[in-house]
Each structure stands twice: as structure tokens, then as C-alpha cells.
Design a binder for this molecule. Structure first.
Ligand code: ARG
Length: 251
């Protein structure tokens, strides 16, 4: 019974009626035009970030297997998906993490090659694990509450603290989900989290030079913004070398 509820709650598909209190997620902040110029929306209902002029970094569970892929439409350069200046491109090829099985098992990243170069800023990956703690910013066009079946027209973002792996793993063990600690960063605070439809989007922080760098990728969570269950993000520092190699292959 519990196992069924957990599976349903972490599925990328719209969350069902959970009977949980309705909580605002992503802090209710609407991003201003141009604020996060590298964040993109993918047509299957995920987020992503421009990691190279022609390559989007997203979650492994947002895409199919490695190979040719012409199905994804990418909307870029806007926070309002209906804005007239939205830039669109299409996928041509995908490289998914070789070890990927399902989002809760780690290795949840993929890179998508576009049919053209986009004239937009790219988001660098953090250089090492030293930025894997503290406050981070997360964003997406996904649901603003767990029970909502609606995606947002405007990009939402929030600042959330990271949560130690041990604490996070303990929480999820209560729901019989084993956190893959080496591959994950947990984050969230009361009433603030990412949610369904935010997957694949970037978790970022400012480097010492003031520029944004990518620390994580929205991956999964049990429900959204539940106090006992933080959001789980792919840990970029763990996969940096592999992501850069895959990106180079597609560039
Ligand atoms: N797997 C979800 C998606 O496909 C992301 C869920 C994030 N959940 C959370 N509670 N942080 O959009």
C-alpha cells in the first residue's frame, strides 16, 4: 500500500490527488524576463539548461535512450513561454547517462543536441563539490503545488537550502526509497520545493565571480514540498567529467 503511494508520488507524470494539504512550491517567485537566460523548456514537460550553444542538459528520465531523437521541441530565451520573442529549436540526438535506469536509482542526466546553435548564454557546471552545500536556486515551469495538474506559463524560481545526504536518506528510508547518496543533492524547506514538470531544470548558485553555475538537475521527490521529503537533484560535481565529454561529442 505504502509502496504504491510512493511510486505514484515520484512518477514524472502529473501527481494524483494525494489528499495532502496544498502547499505553494517554488516559493511563488515569478522570474523576470532575462533573469535566467540559459534555462529552457522541453516539450515532453521538463526543464533543461543550455550547457553549450547547441546542447541542453536535462534529466535522464526526461528523454529516451541514447541515439537519434527528433521528437523534442526546445523553447528558449524567455521566462514567459508565450512571449513573442521565444526561440525554438528541435532535438536531433540524445546522450543519456550510460548507467541510467530510473530517476531514484541515480545517473539521472542526459544531454540533447539541437538542430541549430542558439545565440543565448550558456550555464557552466560547478568545477567541484565545494559548492554542493548551502543555499541554491531552483526553477521550472512545473506545478506550483503537489495536487495541481497544471504546468505554468511563467518560469518560477526559489532559493532553498541543501540538506545533508544522511538526513535525506533517513527520511526516504521511512518511505522505503533508498537514496543514491553519491549521485544526489537534497534540498528544500518548509513549503518550498520543485514539483512535477520541473524535472531536468537546473539547480544553480553564484560562483565567487558572481556568475551562475549549475550544481544540480531536478530529479525526483515524494510529492512536493512535504516537510519530511526534500527534493532530490542529480549532483553535477559527481558527473561533471562525463557530462562534459558527452557535451563535447554533441558540439
Ligand atoms: N520527477 C519530477 C518531474 O518529472 C520532478 C519532481 C521533483 N519533485 C520534488 N518534490 N522536488 O518533473
Amino acid at each position: 500500500m505504502l509502496a504504491v503511494a510512493v511510486t505514484a508520488a515520484i512518477a514524472p507524470a502529473p501527481a494524483g490527488a494525494s489528499g495532502r494539504p496544498i502547499l505553494e512550491v517554488v516559493g511563488g517567485n515569478v522570474a523576470k524576463a532575462g533573469e535566467f537566460p540559459w534555462v529552457v523548456r522541453l516539450s515532453m514537460g521538463c526543464g533543461g539548461a543550455l550547457t553549450a550553444p547547441r546542447v541542453v542538459l536535462t534529466a535522464g528520465h526526461c528523454v529516451g535512450a541514447t541515439g537519434a531523437d527528433k521528437k523534442i521541441t526546445v523553447t528558449a530565451g524567455v521566462t514567459d513561454l508565450k512571449a513573442k520573442n521565444a526561440v525554438t529549436a528541435h532535438s536531433v540526438e540524445v546522450i543519456r547517462a550510460p548507467g541510467f535506469q530510473t530517476e531514484t536509482r541515480g545517473d539521472d542526466w542526459a544531454v540533447v543536441k539541437l538542430d541549430r546553435v542558439l545565440a543565448l548564454p550558456t550555464l557552466p557546471l560547478v568545477p567541484d563539490a565545494s559548492s554542493d552545500q548551502g543555499n541554491v536556486t531552483v526553477m521550472g515551469w512545473g506545478q506550483t503545488r503537489e495536487g495541481s495538474l497544471q504546468q505554468e506559463r511563467r518560469l518560477h524560481y526559489a532559493t532553498v537550502p541543501t540538506i545533508p545526504d544522511a538526513t535525506c536518506a533517513k527520511s526516504y528510508l521511512a518511505a522505503k526509497v533508498t537514496l543514491v547518496r553519491a549521485d544526489s543533492i537534497c534540498a528544500g524547506r518548509h513549503g518550498v520545493d520543485t514539483c512535477q514538470g520541473d524535472s531536468g531544470g537546473p539547480m544553480v548558485r553564484r560562483a565567487r565571480d558572481g556568475r551562475w553555475a549549475q550544481v544540480g538537475i531536478v530529479s525526483w521527490g515524494l510529492g512536493c514540498a512535504r516537510d519530511a521529503y526534500p527534493g532530490v537533484y542529480t549532483q553535477i560535481s559527481k558527473f561533471r567529467t562525463a557530462i562534459l565529454a558527452a557535451t563535447r561529442k554533441l558540439s
